[in-house]
Design a protein around this ligand. Structure first.
Ligand code: SAM
Length: 225
């Protein structure tokens, strides 16, 4: 059974899409999308040999080799022009790594209409990359599974402006103020307060002063959610 996290990512894939799942590991997400009948073709990209091998094995075991092409490649270089990929999913990595992968391979995004990103940490990096590269946020989702909280960001081409709070916590998530969302920012804030408290006891160097000011600003910002 697919995790709730990946099922939530899958829910943002449109019917009939051609999907490239980047950092696919076991290729669970593309296999699920094909099996469910939602899509007919997918690419599973993996940069590491071990996960690539398990993706190949899994796709074969499920009898989906005609529908899911598994490629050993770095990031978006798994996408080839003849694939006609229109949707990219990229899940289970840190926001900064997702942003780097999108940045390094952005030439491969010309025909792509939708990016569905699920950063495990620091989703702000994905929002910053989007705004700087002609993508706008069209939806977001947040969920908790096994005690962990996950954010999903859906991007399409276009321009939009977000303020500092929206970039940090997500404009759609901020507007909906779901319980899990409030819990996430309470958690983050109490962690920052804990660090701040311990820094209060540390020697007052310039670097520590800077760090404390930064933490205070973050705490104040997310205090507004
Ligand atoms: N997407 C799956 C999920 O959400 O469950 C797997 C997440 S797993 C934690 C991250 C995967 O991304 C690993 O298999 C790793 O090898 C792969 N990865 C990391 N950097 C990558 C890159 N530049 N290009 C392709 N895959 C990458």
């Amino acid at each position: 059974k697919l995790s709730n996290r990946l099922a939530a990512v899958a829910s943002f894939v449109e019917e009939g899409a051609v999907v490239a799942d980047i950092g696919s590991d076991h290729a669970y997400l593309p296999c699920y999308l094909i099996r469910s009948g939602k899509i007919a073709q997918a690419v599973a990209g993996e940069v590491a040999k071990g996960p690539f091998d398990s993706a190949v094995r899994n796709v074969r075991r499920e009898g989906l080799s005609d529908a899911v092409t598994v490629r050993l490649a770095d990031g978006l270089f798994a996408i080839e022009a003849q694939d006609a990929v229109d949707t990219v999913t990229i899940a289970g990595m840190g926001g900064p790594l997702i942003a780097t992968i999108l940045e390094n391979g952005k030439d491969r995004l010309q025909e792509v209409k939708r990016i569905i990103a699920q950063p495990n940490i620091y989703a702000k990096a994905v929002r910053e990359w989007a705004v700087a590269n002609g993508w706008k946020i069209i939806d977001e989702h947040i969920l908790k599974e096994d005690g962990k909280i996950y954010e999903i960001i859906v991007l399409e081409k276009g321009t939009a402006q977000y303020d500092d709070l929206e970039m940090t916590v997500g404009p759609f998530l901020l507007a909906s103020r779901a319980d899990v969302f409030l819990e996430k920012w309470e958690r983050e804030s109490s962690e920052w307060k804990r660090v701040l408290d311990s820094l209060e006891k540390a020697e007052a160097t310039d670097a520590i002063y800077q760090k404390k000011e930064q933490l205070k600003m973050q705490i104040e910002l997310v205090g507004k959610v």
